[in-house]
Design a protein around this ligand. Structure first.
Ligand SMILES: C[S@@+](CC[C@H](N)C(=O)[O-])C[C@H]1O[C@@H](n2cnc3c(N)ncnc32)[C@H](O)[C@@H]1O
Length: 265
């Protein structure tokens, strides 16, 4: 008979993770470009968010507010002539390891921008880290000009990450509830990948954790050997993941995450 182990770990006692997300700060130069290309190949979440930022925010105009910008990894996807403002929480460096002098920091709560002062809002992979998501969406609405567009991405089939500061996963129905139809128009939610992408991503992430995750020195060597032997499987998963991402224009019930586009009424 199936029996769960007597010794279970209370996850609320966990305050760190085996493999923290690698910082998404982009580096300059040829090495920086190669590292970035490698990241796009190996990180399906990053590749899928980037593709959607190019697609939906690539034609942004005027003032663009990047809420929870972190290392500003998608700034280069925006047109050169727009005025970019990176906004982040003052706890960003301490909780998430980000920090840059170019970023405007605020204490959480009210954004420092004036009402209706920005033309577009970009918010990538932030809402799952916010304790009160409705309040943040309200702030995005307040600072946007009427008719201004918001492009936002959230993860769905992603690991629990930046532990313990990862609070929520959203479904398309949940996102619809958050975006009140009296305040937002043309709300659309698009899936990033489907079931095959999720399977590829999960297997690849597990193998990456084996290869890169640290433990006791002996377990690290054993895990590393197992990981290296798994390289062909890893390559197949990444290939399948990218192919399925490229072919994701169908109804899916599982996804790496969602991209929401909305316009302020
Ligand atoms: C996973 S990182 C995403 C960073 C970046 N947008 C990206 O796509 O790489 C989550 C970001 O949300 C920010 N954040 C957390 N709470 C926030 C809040 N209340 N308001 C704005 N940003 C917040 C964190 O500081 C962090 O930079």
């Amino acid at each position: 008979m199936y029996r769960l182990s007597d010794e279970r770990i209370n996850l609320l006692e966990v305050q760190s993770e085996t493999l923290r997300p690698v910082s998404l700060k982009k580096r300059a130069g040829l090495v920086g470009r190669l590292v970035h290309l490698l990241r796009i190949c190996c990180d399906l979440q990053y590749a899928s968010v980037r593709a959607d930022v190019v697609r939906f925010a690539g034609a942004f105009r005027g003032v663009v507010l990047d809420v929870g910008c972190g290392g500003m990894p998608f700034r280069d996807c925006l047109p050169l002539d727009c005025t970019y403002i990176g906004l982040d929480s003052s706890e960003s460096a301490q909780k998430f390891g980000y920090g840059s002098e170019e970023v405007t920091l605020f204490e959480g709560g009210m954004f420092p921008q004036k009402d209706e002062s920005v033309d577009n809002v970009l918010m990538t992979e932030v809402l799952e880290h916010i304790e009160d998501p409705s309040a943040t969406i309200g702030q995005c609405h307040r600072v946007l000009r009427c008719g201004g567009q918001l492009v936002m991405t959230v993860p769905f089939a992603a690991r629990w990450h930046f532990v313990p500061f990862d609070y929520w996963r959203y479904t398309p129905s949940g996102l619809c509830l958050l975006f009140n139809k009296n305040e937002w128009a043309d709300v659309a939610v698009y899936a990033r990948g489907g079931e095959a992408t999720v399977i590829s991503y999960k297997v690849a992430t597990y193998l990456f954790t084996l290869i890169l995750g640290s433990d006791t020195p002996i377990r690290r060597v054993l895990k590393c050997a197992a990981g290296v032997l798994s390289l062909p499987i890893l390559s197949m998963c990444l290939l399948l993941g990218h192919l399925s991402l490229a072919n994701s224009n169908r109804v899916v019930f599982d996804s790496l995450g969602y991209t929401l586009v909305a316009r302020k009424r």
